[in-house]
Design a protein around this ligand. Sequence first.
Ligand code: AMP
Length: 422
Amino acid sequence: MSSRYARPRGTFDILPEQSHRWRYVEECFIDVAARFGLRRIVTPIFERADLFERSVGDTSDIVEKEMYVFSDRKGRRFALRPEGTAPVVRAYVENNLHLSQGTARLCYSGPMFRYDRPQKGRYRQFYQYGIEVIGSDHPAIDAEVIGVATLLLQELGLTGWRLEINSVGSPATGDAYEQALLDYFSPHEAQLCADCRNRLVKNPRRLLDCKVQGCRDLAVDAPVMLNYLDDDDRAHFAQVQEHLTRMSVPFVVNPRIVRGLDYYTGTAFEIIDDRLGAQSTLIGGGRYNGLVGQLGGKDRPGVGWAGGFERLLLALDEEGIAAGEPLRPVGYIVALGEQAAAVTPSLAHRLRTAGISVEFDPDKTSMKAQMKAADKCAAHVALIVGDDELARGVVALRDLATGEQQNLAEADIIARLKTYKR
Ligand code: AMP
């Protein structure tokens, strides 16, 4: 049935039948992150628009075309956050986290917003999970950060992905590379799309990220940054690879990875799952050594990544992995007769107070309807209360898997119900 107030295009409702899967992947993420000492940080869903314009870059697709920008009642420009790194770095600087933590290890998850054409794996409101480690330039940290991502996928049971890494070099070495790009693309200017002709002037690296087929064909033979790295960047990248190899994290070097955001320096990486179709990047990230300084903090190197829960769930579907179990109550109270119905809410409340999940439905009166409801919610046991049981101060406990039934006093019920898994 179509609702008069349909949800906005590119958004979705997470319905109760699906919500346990979201909780499952989020809990796996938090659990894996905790093993690396990553602590949760929560930032607002909207920020000053210029935070993203300066950091992500005003020639990036995100800022140029995809940001939800609005003015508040006092005319200040805000944006619904399109990504998590700039807000986390903003919070790091604003709260002086460099004072309390040598190397800050942070993780986050929550909704992000981008105005893009919706398709499978791409939405206007989507849910990202990500990590940021700020305060170290050590290649072991790059490898560790990548290891969080690969361990998460491994723990979820996913196998159909591959890790691709690259180094996009530091700004100091970028000029020669950008000149090489200019030299390469300029003779073909007429074949470029309008956006790319503009990029040629403003930010030639962006040409490598264009989605228009003609530009992509041209980009195939464009010079790659890896050949322009200085000795330090080259050594750093080599060490990242050594650590990954020692950690038994499989990877391939893909010199064509360019991340679509301005703040990246050095290591860049993506985890790809081709079965997801056009939106095949499960996780993407890299180093951003200039960003903290750019946002007004002490110059501190950082590295991180983000992924979308939607694509993670699609990948789990693709591999037939269940992703957790739906919530099911331990007990379902079946009340037979008026007297039993009268004491059912208080019995349920006592059991819940004792930590046991139970359900009942005061609108159902027949045994048949209540047993059906017990089955439907997949309760482990039915707690049958009738006049007879009430008089004797017992409850009939029926295990719905085995059919076994037994009368128990209330005190014993609690102990017994605690033996069932939720
Ligand atoms: P990015 O911030 O663009 O590097 O994206 C990092 C990850 O976030 C991607 O690999 C996706 O998993 C996810 N992601 C980015 N944009 C979207 C979107 N519009 N819809 C769903 N997931 C997204």
